[in-house]
Design a protein around this ligand. Structure first.
Ligand SMILES: [Mn+2]
Length: 384
């Protein structure tokens, strides 16, 4: 198999520096030699879901390798174009660490853990690359805002071109990585990183499905035509998704913040894009409409196959105080999980998901919420 890093020269370079962790171990098979001796069936038999997970275990304290797990999570520790708060590149590690306290006996998915959930190794090379590029991106933004002489501007232009090119490489990498796991028959979820990360995953979905919809939960529309000059900005993810022909419907819910340019993009794509503003959801509720009715209306506008793109800032910011661009309002935790459960109970197939913009703070709170939401996303995806 052509390994994904082949399209990613920066990762190859990082690996030769010795920091690329899973180049020779694509399935995580070798790195967990202690877990290798038992079959999946005997692991299920001997695993005690009531006891705290062993520190050597995978996400949620589970004993399965990525090769054994039905659900594989692809971490993308990347936040190059985030303009306000930072830290989402540490989201995957923080969620992994917080996951150990999530109880596996979930009333909606009591058997889920037996399917196996495992997180792909977190690519440190990506994290380093993200750090380096973000520094450059900040210089670009400075010149953009404060101006500068011709020399400064030329330098910024060059950096901007480089960043856009490297983000395109990241998109290719994500596409190959998610494709690789789906080809192995896995159910795949992506864990960001900022909201620029799932574009390659959307493209991988388009290669497998003639048509699909995206249920987009977010405070922002993310329909900006490049933000601050960055083609693959976190604020442009859905704009960048629109050229995907197989994406027949984009339903954005929880929306609280958008600009005129995004509204123009929406008006041009009205037949394919539906916006459900958070304020409208609340207003209708104050006037007697129930969340169940609203969920059913949201779900009715989606096709049979649905990818869920979940930006944590779609939730009330008390549930994600450290996320990059918090906005007051938004969903409570159970409103969001109810929508997801209702979606799958409608008979729709969840073909994948991404959970993005979780940024750890000084305590584990953001990641705790993220880890629980991630478990719920795995649960609804595994219903098929
Ligand atoms: Mn977003």
């Amino acid at each position: 198999m052509a390994w994904p890093e082949a399209v990613c020269p920066t990762l190859v370079a990082a690996r030769t520096r010795g920091s690329f962790p899973y180049a020779n171990d694509p399935t995580g098979y070798l790195r967990r030699s202690s877990q290798r001796t038992m079959s999946k069936a005997s692991k299920i038999k001997s695993f005690d879901p009531n006891s705290p997970g062993s520190p050597n275990a995978d996400i949620y304290g589970l004993p399965f390798t990525t090769a054994e797990a039905d659900i594989v999570l692809v971490p993308v520790p990347w936040e190059v174009t985030t303009s306000y708060g930072g830290g989402t590149s540490h989201g995957p590690q923080a969620i992994f660490d917080a996951s150990f306290q999530v109880d596996l006996f979930h009333p909606e998915f009591p058997e889920l853990w037996k399917r196996g959930i495992a997180m792909d190794e977190i690519p440190q090379a990506l994290l380093e690359q993200s750090k380096a590029l973000k520094k450059e991106a900040q210089q670009v933004m400075e010149v953009l805002m404060e101006g500068g002489d011709a020399k400064k501007r030329a330098k910024a232009k060059k950096a901007l071109d480089r960043i856009n090119a490297e983000c395109a490489v990241l998109n290719d990498w994500v596409q190959q990585r998610t494709t690789y796991w789906m080809d192995q028959g896995k159910l795949v979820g992506l864990v960001g990183g900022d909201h620029s990360t799932p574009l390659g995953f959307f493209r991988a979905q388009a290669a497998r499905h003639k048509e699909f919809g995206i249920l987009h939960i977010d405070a922002h529309l993310d329909l900006r035509v490049a933000y601050e000059g960055f083609t693959y900005s976190h604020a442009s993810i859905m704009y960048n998704a629109l050229p995907i022909k197989q994406l027949t419907k984009l339903v954005s819910v929880g929306i609280r913040d958008f600009c005129e340019q995004e509204n123009d993009v929406f008006l041009k794509n009205k037949e394919r894009v539906r916006i459900v503003r958070s304020a409208d959801v609340r207003r209708q509720q104050y006037e007697g409409i129930t969340w169940r009715e609203q969920c059913d209306a949201i779900i009715a506008s989606l096709p049979q196959k649905v990818h869920v793109s979940f930006d944590i800032d779609g939730l009330d910011p008390t549930l994600c105080p450290n996320t990059g661009t918090p906005v007051p309002g938004g969903f409570q935790y159970e409103e969001a999980t109810y929508l997801l459960s209702r979606l799958v109970r409608s008979g729709r197939t969840i073909i994948g998901f991404d959970l993005v913009e979780v940024a750890p703070g000084k305590d584990e709170w953001d990641a705790n919420v993220g880890a629980r939401l991630l478990f719920h996303l795995c649960g609804v995806m595994a219903v098929r």
